[in-house]
Design a protein around this ligand. Structure first.
Ligand code: ZN
Length: 449
C-alpha cells in the first residue's frame, strides 16, 4: 500500500470532544465492576467492550502451563462485609469494589478488633481514600478502608463475611484483530484486571477500544492486534499460546494511564532504537507541550513481559503520568473525576498520530535524481497556498527529493529537515502525483544501474 491520507484524515476530522465524552461514558459503565485477573468481572467488562468492537473472548483453563507460570484458579465475588456488634455494616463491598482485598478467600466468622485489624489496609496519609490491595497467590483475606473509618472502629466483636469462590475455572481475555494489507502487525495491549480504578486500568481499556473502533473502517497497511488482558499473567498466557505468531509483531504499545491531567510520557522499547520509539518521540516533539521520555526498565506494565529477553518485541508504552507516579495511583481517588474526557481524547489522538507515522514511514525513490528537478514546470512552485504549512511543504519538497535515495525513510527525512512528519508526507504525496517520486524500486532506477 502506498502513502495514504486515511489516518491523517481521521485525525483531522475527529471530534475530540465527542470522542472524549463517549470514552468517559464507557469508563463510567465499566467502573463499578469488580475486575481481577480472572472471573466474571473481567467477562462482564469484555462484554461491554464488545458493544464497541467485536472482541474474540478467549477462556484459558486453570492449571494451563504458560512459560514459567500456571493459569491460577478463578476468583469470583458475590458479596463481602464487616458488621459490628450492633449488626451495622462498617465495611461494605457493595459500596466499592476496592473494599475487598482482591482474591480474598471465602470467610464467615466472628473476630475481635485486634484480629480484624490484622486484615485491614488503609492510608494514614490520605485518610479519606480507600487503597487497592490484591493477594493473588497467598490464600488470605482482607478489607481496605478509609483510614478515618478504621480509627472509628470500637473494641468488640465483628462479623466478617466474604462470599467468594476460588476454584478451577478460566483466565479470560479479549482480542480484536484488524486485517491490514500486510501480515505484519502492530500490537496494542491494555490490562483489564483492576477493580474500580480509572486511570490505571479503565483509561487504557477505553482508549484501546476506541482506537480499534476508529481504525476498523480504514484501509490499513499493517494489521492491528488489540489485547485486553489481565496484567502479567495475561500477557504471559497470550505469548505462551501464540509463541509462533510473535515474529509478526513489528511494533507495539502498551496503553495505560492515559486519562490524567499530567503531560505525556513515553517509555521506550527495550532496545530504545526501534521504529516505534522514533515515531512516538517525533509525535511528542511536535505536540507543542511538555513531555517526558524514559528508557526501558523491567518494571511497570506488560511492556516488561513483551520485552523479556526471550521475546524481545519492539514494544513501548505511551502514557500520561506513568505508573506509580501520581498520588491517586492504586487508591479510590483514581476515580471518574480524576480521569477527564479531554485527556482521554488527547491520548487517543496521539496514538492515532503515531499510527499515521508507522503506516506511512516508507522508503521512496527520486525519479529525477540528476540535479534538482524543475518544480515550476510541474506546478509545484507556490502550489500549496499561502498558509504556514504551505511554506513548510514547499521546503519539504527539496528535503524529500534529496533524501528519497532508497536509504532514508520519510521519518528519517522529517528528522533531518526538522519538520513534522505530516508536512513531509504531504510533500511526498505531491511529488508522487507529478511522478517525481515513486514508491517502489523495482523499475530501473538511474541511481542504481
Ligand atoms: Zn495497577
Amino acid at each position: 500500500m502506498g502513502l495514504s491520507r486515511s489516518i491523517s484524515d481521521l485525525l483531522n476530522n475527529l471530534d475530540g470532544e465527542q470522542a472524549g465524552l463517549k470514552m468517559h461514558q464507557l469508563m463510567t459503565e465499566l467502573y463499578p465492576l469488580c475486575r481481577s485477573i480472572t472471573g466474571d468481572g473481567v467477562r462482564q467488562s469484555l462484554h461491554i467492550i464488545c458493544q464497541h468492537i467485536p472482541l474474540k473472548i478467549q477462556e484459558v483453563p486453570t492449571g494451563t502451563q504458560v512459560f514459567d507460570w500456571e493459569v491460577p484458579k478463578e476468583w469470583n465475588i458475590r458479596d463481602a462485609y464487616v458488621k459490628n456488634a450492633a449488626g451495622k455494616k462498617v465495611i461494605d463491598f457493595q459500596e466499592s469494589s476496592l473494599h475487598i482485598v482482591n482474591y480474598s478467600v471465602p470467610v464467615h466468622k466472628k473476630v475481635c478488633l485486634p484480629e480484624l485489624k490484622n486484615h485491614l489496609f488503609s492510608l494514614p496519609d490520605h485518610p479519606d481514600w480507600i487503597p487497592y490491595q490484591k493477594s493473588y497467590f497467598n490464600n488470605t483475606w482482607g478489607f481496605c478502608l478509609q483510614h478515618r473509618k478504621l480509627l472509628d472502629l470500637e473494641d468488640g466483636e465483628y462479623e466478617v463475611f466474604i462470599d467468594t469462590s476460588l476454584e478451577p475455572g478460566h483466565l479470560t481475555y479479549g482480542e480484536y484483530f484488524i486485517q491490514g494489507e500486510s501480515e505484519d502487525e502492530i500490537l496494542i495491549s491494555c490490562h483489564c484486571c483492576h477493580p474500580s480504578l480509572c486511570n490505571d486500568n479503565l483509561s487504557g481499556m477505553v482508549v484501546t477500544a476506541f482506537l480499534g473502533k476508529y481504525l476498523s473502517s480504514l484501509p490499513l497497511r499493517y494489521s492491528y492486534r488489540f489485547l485486553f488482558i489481565p496484567s502479567t499473567i495475561g500477557s504471559v498466557t497470550w505469548m505462551a499460546l501464540n509463541k509462533n505468531h510473535l515474529q509478526k509483531i513489528k511494533h507495539g504499545l502498551v496503553v495505560a494511564c492515559v486519562g490524567d491531567p499530567g503531560h505525556p510520557t513515553y517509555k521506550k522499547s527495550r532496545s530504545g532504537r526501534a521504529e516505534i520509539d522514533h515515531a512516538v518521540e517525533h509525535i511528542l516533539k511536535y505536540s507543542e507541550e511538555p513531555y517526558t521520555i524514559f528508557d526501558f526498565s523491567p518494571f511497570g506494565y506488560d511492556e516488561r513481559q513483551y520485552s523479556s529477553p526471550g521475546i524481545n518485541l519492539p514494544v513501548g508504552s505511551l502514557t500520561r503520568t506513568s505508573y506509580g507516579r501520581f498520588p491517586e495511583y492504586h487508591t479510590s481517588a483514581d476515580n471518574l473525576d480524576f480521569v477527564r474526557s479531554i485527556y482521554l481524547a488527547d491520548s487517543l489522538k496521539k496514538y492515532i498520530a503515531v499510527f499515521d507515522v508507522l503506516e506511512n514511514n516508507q522508503i521512496l525513490f527520486n525519479c529525477q535524481p540528476f540535479g534538482e528537478p524543475q518544480l515550476g514546470k510541474r506546478g509545484l512552485s507556490g502550489a500549496f497556498g499561502g498558509s504556514k504549512d504551505a511554506k513548510l511543504i514547499e521546503t519539504a519538497l527539496l528535503w524529500v527529493l534529496n533524501f528519497a535515495d532508497g536509504e532514508h525513510t520519510l521519518l528519517d527525512i522529517a528528522e533531518k529537515a526538522s519538520l513534522p512528519f505530516s508536512i513531509i508526507k504531504e510533500a511526498a504525496l505531491a511529488l508522487i502525483q507529478v511522478n517525481l517520486l515513486r514508491e517502489h524500486a523495482e523499475k530501473s532506477n538511474p541511481m542504481h544501474t
